[in-house]
Design a protein around this ligand. Structure first.
Ligand code: MN
Length: 312
């Protein structure tokens, strides 16, 4: 199996350091997973407010938040207010097309600002975007998943964050998470030094983000905040992939079927054509009702214009 190791771009989102792994070389999504940020790990002092991301819109995508540490309050234009804590998933669906769209805010919360009594004063969160299939008419929605299928294999604890998965011992797991194309996401945590075998689905594209520690596979090393990308032709010829790691290593294993449509990204917008991105910029910057209102006094973030010659 040939594996490509992708490097992150480092940036700042809402006041904390992030490693961006998608989009990356070639800008090709992994299945419908088209954007991947690892925010943190960060620790905040008593006088720090943590991550503060003001009001902004999304189109033709789902935001998929996977919490490793800390707590974040999500507020959206559908009126949802939801604190997400570790080992939970939030999925916000923007809907498809020019009559859909959604907006939201995300902010760290602590015991004294609306979080749980034992909320950490830190943050480690994987935020992914899932491009929606634009040949489907999809409505905006928000879902919170506090309980997900969890199991133990020899060296690891696994949490199925989305999709279905059959383990090497033949157990089948199904996550409740809403999907519009076939995909899978598994958090893998090494409770001791050892290895794990992950089953692969024919027709899926796959990647692995290391959120803590490092892994080795097929003689290649993937360090924290790097992304392993597997070559599609290899997935067709291999039924599984083996990872070796030390105790305390944690990874996010993602995969999915590629979409039929083109996936263009600009700022917080996804579309299958440039004109729709241009219209979404105009709509958001003019306060169009398709993006609704968030009950929040946080800053409203303006959409930047498309650069000359934008090709996505
Ligand atoms: Mn967002």
């Amino acid at each position: 199996m040939s594996i490509e190791t992708l490097e992150p771009r480092l940036a700042d989102v809402g006041g904390i350091p992030i490693a961006r792994l998608l989009p990356n070389t070639g800008k090709k999504p992994i299945g419908a997973w088209c954007f991947l940020d690892h925010a943190g790990p960060a620790e905040f002092g008593e006088d720090e407010s943590g991550m503060q991301v003001g009001r902004h819109p999304h189109t033709n995508l789902q935001t998929f938040s996977w919490m490793l540490n800390g707590e974040v309050l999500h507020k959206d234009s559908l009126g949802n207010e939801q604190v997400i804590t570790k080992n939970q998933v939030n999925v916000m669906t923007a809907g498809t097309g020019l009559t859909q769209g959604i907006s939201h805010t995300e902010q760290s919360v602590f015991p004294d600002t609306g979080g749980s009594a034992d909320a950490a004063r830190g943050l480690s969160m994987v935020q992914l975007w899932i491009a929606l299939p634009t040949d489907q008419q999809i409505e905006r929605s928000f879902h919170h998943y506090p309980e997900l299928p969890t199991w133990r294999e020899d060296s690891v604890e696994m949490i199925l964050t989305t999709g279905s998965y059959t383990s090497v011992s033949g157990e089948r797991y199904e996550a409740p998470t809403i999907q519009y194309s076939k995909m899978v996401g598994i958090d893998v945590y090494f409770v001791k030094d050892g290895e794990v075998t992950l089953n692969l689905e024919p027709g899926f594209e796959y990647g692995i983000l290391v959120t803590e520690g490092q892994i080795e596979s097929e003689g290649k090393i993937c360090e924290q905040d790097q992304l392993f990308r597997f070559h599609d032709s290899d997935v067709a010829n291999n039924k599984s992939i083996k990872l070796v790691a030390k105790k305390g290593t944690r990874v996010m294993f993602i995969g999915g079927e590629p979409l039929n449509n083109q996936v263009l990204l600009w700022w917080n917008f996804v579309a299958d054509n440039k004109e729709e991105i241009e219209q979404s910029i105009i709509d958001w910057n003019n306060g169009h009702e398709r993006f609704g209102n968030v009950d929040s006094d946080m800053k409203r973030l303006p959409a930047p214009e498309l650069p000359e010659g934008f090709k996505g």
